[in-house]
Design a protein around this ligand. Sequence first.
Ligand code: SF4
Ligand code: SF4
Length: 199
Amino acid sequence: MSDDEPVRDLTSALRFLQVAVARQREDHERVDATLEALMAALIEAGVITDEAIDDHLMVASRTARQRRPEELSVRLWSGDDKYAIPDPGIDCEARMHLCQGRCCSFDFPLSEQDLDEGQVRWRHHQPYMIAQREDGYCVHNDPATRGCGVYAHRPGTCRQYSCRTDKRVWIDFEARIPAPLDVRPRLIEIRRPAKKPTP
Ligand code: SF4
Ligand code: SF4
């Protein structure tokens, strides 16, 4: 990782947050205005009372909270000191030609320890999930050797992972029969700016 990479990461994260906040504010203003108009019209027409609206709002807010999309959540790995995690004892080098290092295509969040160190990159649009390339692998995974570019600082999830019983990796671990490779490109979803209502 070059010296200015953390600064670039932070700048991108800040820009993402600013754009996300601006879009959310526009969305909220539009929904607010629509609701206000609708409620005023219903009360005026004698269809509903203020109190009945409050009751419905309470139920609707609860449902909305339960439906909050995953990508709006911040995820962090809550394990202890990653440097204290015992090595699961798998000879990755001897198996790499079979497994293609596919464990480095699995999705997971970083920990506060990782964030403090600033060595491992995360997805700015989905904090603090490991940053991945479009080929589905972690950005720190070398596509030629499948080695880890941040090995000394790799996250706790990578340190504790054992593929021994993972059917995504091995049909038979002992016999060294790999499962079919299923690494799919992950496309980053970029939202279009919301259309403003016609005045
Ligand atoms: S899939 Fe297993 S053998 Fe292959 S790199 Fe990952 S931990 Fe090592
Ligand atoms: S940090 Fe290293 S070990 Fe962990 S997923 Fe990325 S390349 Fe693999």
